[in-house]
Ligand binder design. Structure first.
Ligand SMILES: [Zn+2]
Length: 217
């Protein structure tokens, strides 16, 4: 484990407790775990998994904001409420809702890393609502070739990441890191010490990982 990164994570979490106790206290309930198998940061209701390089690319304030972002996935129970919805789209919807909420806060003021999903047209909507709109948008794009640009935008506008992703092939990767339970769980188990450190209670039912927005919080 990279001690420097872990230390930055715990410090950011401590700062979050001071600056935004609601998020901070929730964050304290989540184990912090290094996990470079996913590109950014992810949460599954029990732990926050972070990519070392991704964290290295962030300022302390940005780490704090991404932690708040992950905590909100849990607070809004995104990992439990997805049901049969498309994992990627569900996560995109959740990211819009969360980031709009964080950006609306003035005390503290959150600094989200760029790029991030926060389309103002979704302001005030629930994740379920945004999901429906995104789904409609996608269906329209599917039926109207002229609209294909929109589809690309809605699916991959969030897809540029710390440097390992390409738009088209990225679609699959986004799913695995941002809500695809099967894949995320499988990978999760590949992390040495993962199971032993987090207890084995329903590890098989680990909630889908939600992360800081398809590589962009
Ligand atoms: Zn997210």
């Amino acid at each position: 484990m990279d001690q420097h990164t872990f230390s930055r994570m715990t410090k950011a979490r401590a700062q979050l407790v001071l600056d935004a106790p609601f998020f901070g206290v929730l964050a304290l309930n989540l184990e912090l775990e290094e996990g470079d198998w996913q590109p950014t940061m992810a949460v599954n209701g029990k732990k926050i998994v972070y990519n070392t390089e991704f964290v290295a690319s962030l300022s302390d304030d940005e780490i704090k904001a991404v932690l708040a972002h992950e905590v909100m996935h849990c607070a809004l129970k995104h990992h439990l409420r997805r049901g049969s919805r498309d994992p990627e789209l569900w996560n995109v919807a959740g990211d819009h809702v969360i980031n709009l909420e964080l950006l609306a806060s003035f005390n503290p003021k959150f600094v989200l890393p760029e790029p991030h999903l926060a389309d103002p047209q979704y302001k005030g909507l629930t994740t379920d609502d945004v999901y429906r709109l995104l789904e409609q948008e996608q269906q329209q794009a599917d039926t109207d070739p002229g609209e294909s640009d929109d589809e690309t935008e809605s699916q991959s506008g969030d897809g540029s990441d710390g440097g390992s992703e390409e738009d088209d092939s990225g679609k699959e990767k986004e799913q695995t890191t941002c809500g695809n339970s099967e894949d995320a769980d499988d990978r999760s188990k590949d992390v040495p010490g993962n199971d032993s450190s987090s207890g084995s209670r329903d590890e098989n039912e680990t909630d889908p990982l939600q992360h800081a927005g398809n590589n962009s919080p």
